[in-house]
Write a protein that binds this ligand. Structure first.
Ligand code: FO1
Length: 309
C-alpha cells in the first residue's frame, strides 16, 4: 500500500496519476484540512474537495479547484442581495458543502462524510482527511493574523508573511484510518505530493506523532512543487522568499531533510542534484510538470519506481 500526502491542486494532480497507476486497495490519499473553514454557515474543505473532484474526473480544469461545468446562480443572487462574494461557490460545489455540513451536524466524522461523498462521485481510492479534529492554518502577515482563506483568496496572498501557525494541531489526532495506514505492515512507501510544504504538508506533519512516523519510514519520496525557482501554482515561491529562503528545489530539499529519502526534481533543475545529494537526499530527475492526464500518470509511475528501487 502506498500512502500519498496531498494538499490542493498540485497534490491532487499527482494523486490522480497515482490512482491511475494503482488499484484502489493499493493507494490511500491523506489530505490537508488546515485550509478548512466555516463560511456562510457551511463547513468548506477546499483541499479534500480538490482531491475528490480531481480523482472523480469532475474538477474544473482551468482553476484546478471547484467543479467543471459549474453554474453560478447562487453567487449571482448573493451579489444581488449584497452578501459576501469573495469566496466563489458554484451551484454544484455548494451541494457538497451543504451535504457535508448536514452530515457533520448529525454527528458523522469528517472521515465518514468524505468517504460517502467520494463514493457518490465514483472515487474508488481511499481519500482521508488528515484528522477529524479541527486544525486551522493561520497566516501572520503585515496586515495582522489572517485565517488561511482570508489570506489566500480574499487577500490573494498579497500581504507579506512573517509566520505560519497551525492552530490546534498539537491537540489534534490523526484520523483513525490515517493512523491505521501509518501503522499498516503493508505500507510500502509514502509519496509527498507537489503541494506547498508550508501550507499543505506542514499541517499534516504538525499532528502529534505523524512527523516521527513518516521520518522513520524508510521509503519516503517528495516531489518538488518548485520548478526552476517558480511555483507551478500558488504562492510557494513568494512565501519562501518572505520567510527568508531562496525559492528553489534546493530549499525544498532542505525543508524535507530528515523526512524524505528521495526528492523528485524537474529536468530544468538537474544542476541542483549534487547539492541536494550533499544533504543526504537522493535527487531523482524527472519531467515534473504534469500537463495532462498522461503527464500525471507518467510522473506517478516514475515516483513509484524510484520509491521501491
Ligand atoms: N480559490 C480562489 O482563488 N478563489 C475562490 O473563490 C475559491 C473558492 C473555492 C471554493 C471551494 C473550494 O473547494 C475551493 C475554492 N478555492 C478558491 C480554492 C482554495 O481556496 C485554495 O486553492 C486552497 O485552499 C489552497 O489549496
Amino acid at each position: 500500500m502506498i500512502l500519498a500526502l496531498a494538499g490542493g491542486v498540485g497534490g491532487a494532480k499527482l494523486a490522480a496519476g497515482l490512482a491511475r497507476a494503482l488499484s484502489p486497495g493499493e493507494l490511500t490519499v491523506v489530505v490537508n484540512t488546515g485550509d478548512d473553514f466555516d463560511h456562510l454557515g457551511l463547513h468548506v474543505s477546499p483541499d479534500l474537495d480538490t482531491v475528490m473532484y480531481t480523482l472523480a474526473g469532475v474538477a474544473n480544469p482551468q482553476a484546478g479547484w471547484g467543479r467543471e461545468g459549474e453554474t453560478w446562480n447562487f453567487m449571482q443572487s448573493m451579489a444581488t442581495l449584497g452578501g459576501p462574494t469573495w469566496f466563489q461557490l458554484g451551484d454544484k460545489d455548494l451541494a457538497t458543502h451543504i451535504e457535508r455540513t448536514r452530515c457533520l451536524r448529525s454527528g458523522e466524522s469528517l472521515t465518514s462524510v468524505t468517504r460517502a461523498l467520494c463514493g457518490r462521485l465514483g472515487v474508488r481510492h481511499a481519500v482521508l482527511p488528515m484528522s477529524d479534529d479541527p486544525v486551522r492554518t493561520v497566516v501572520h502577515t503585515e496586515k495582522g493574523e489572517l485565517d488561511f482563506q482570508h489570506y489566500f483568496v480574499r487577500e490573494r496572498c498579497k500581504p507579506r508573511v512573517s509566520r505560519i501557525e497551525y492552530h490546534k494541531a498539537s491537540a489534534a489526532r490523526p484520523s483513525p484510518q490515517f493512523a491505521a495506514a501509518l501503522a499498516d505492515p503493508a505500507l510500502e512507501g509514502i509519496v509527498i505530493c507537489p503541494s506547498n510544504p508550508y501550507l499543505s504538508i506542514a499541517p499534516i506533519l504538525a499532528i502529534p506523532g505523524v512527523r516521527d512516523v513518516v521520518a522513520r519510514c524508510p521509503r519516503v519520496l517528495a516531489v518538488s512543487p518548485i520548478i526552476a525557482g517558480k511555483a507551478v501554482k500558488g504562492p510557494a515561491a513568494k512565501l519562501m522568499q518572505e520567510l527568508g529562503a531562496q525559492p528553489g528545489a534546493l530549499e525544498i530539499a532542505r525543508w524535507y531533510r530528515g523526512i524524505v529519502r528521495t526528492l523528485v526534481i524537474d529536468r530544468s533543475d538537474a544542476a541542483l542534484a549534487p547539492q541536494i545529494e550533499a544533504l543526504g537526499i537522493v535527487a531523482a530527475v524527472e519531467d515534473a510538470l504534469m500537463r495532462d492526464d498522461a503527464g500525471r500518470e507518467r510522473l506517478a509511475r516514475a515516483c513509484l519506481a524510484r520509491l521501491v528501487r
